[in-house]
Design a protein around this ligand. Sequence first.
Ligand SMILES: [Zn+2]
Length: 424
Amino acid sequence: MRRGPHRIRRIRRLGTLTALTALSFAALTTADEIPYAPNRTSAGPAAVPGRIGVGTCRLTPGPGVQMSEGTPTPPGYSRSTGEIRALNLMIDFSDAVGEGKALDRLAEFFPQTTDWFRTSSYGRLHYLPQTPVRDWLRMPLPFEEYAIERGAPYDPAYRKLVDDVIAVADPQVDFSAYDLVNVLVTPNAGPSALDTVLSVTFSGNAEAPVADGVPLANTSFVYSRQDDGSGTHAETGFRVLPHENGHVFGLPDLYTADGGGAVGHWDIMSEDWGVNNDLLAWHKWKLGWLDAQQIGCASAPGSTTYTLTPLARPDGPKMTYIPLSGNSGYAVEVRTRGGNDEAVCRPGVLIYRVHGDVDTGEGPVTVMDSQEDSGGCTRRPNVHAELSDAPYQPGQTFTDKENGVRIAVLSGRSGTYRIHVTRT
Ligand SMILES: [Zn+2]
């Protein structure tokens, strides 16, 4: 059984919405400009393991790690490229009767989630939300009796709930027709997401109940509403779903018990509250959304110059990876304001350490901060401020003496940066 860890309570920040200082608007890419790529049904980390990895730039999943940053993602997770059919079921309970229409609950997440994946994947993931049942599905037991709490285990709480979802929906649903399942729970069931985040995903779950001949192994549950009271829920409330579906595709949580301080707002698996954000290049690589020729592998001693283009743009070199061992290394990418990244206030070169042997929720990724203890450049609510100015600028150098790694940012023009990697 695999699942994301307990979702910690986010720190509620209701500061004044300060205008974002955008230093550079490099080739803003909107979702509409990215067409769907042809259906690549055979792609995806689980389907084609050999596709992930450039030379010696592999990251091996550590032993005993539940959900790893390593590549390839083990079998059992959903494909992350091509046409992905998502079954959406809206459920309610006798003690939490659905308020309004079930389709209104669905509309909190779509079409935004489809657009989010199309933009982030450069059109490689064609997310097809399907709703064969258009009304609330009433569960046989009251919500209280399922004993769903934060971090509730799959057995017996979720097993009972999934069994009941299958039993109630089965007459109208062919479960074998879908790649993943979203259970959108009526928002009045359970506590407010401000107090306790119940939303959870059971992914790659080998013990999942079978319906119509297929195990419901990749199922996301969304509860309550991620509404921080800042008035942005209509634009940002959907983001819990791409986060939960990220687990279905094999991505670990990047926030830790201490909050989002390891990665900040640079990945939706770190912070899915607040203004829109994208995934790290490492995650896009792991999901099969970047090609091998877009990745530079700095494994050899000596000095090499690499060009990097903004992650928000579809084409060009996107990431340089510097392996330190078989299960750890540095990844380098360029982040600008564009695509799904709406909160970038200091565009530049983002450097982070990736560990294949650190589990979900325990800090598998750590962003290097070019401006430590600066307080950051954003004042947007629910954005980890300190790391918002983390990207390195031309003239700045990151050094890891212990591992003999030096990354110098040489230049940055129109969002295209040149970096110089030295290994001793
Ligand atoms: Zn999560």
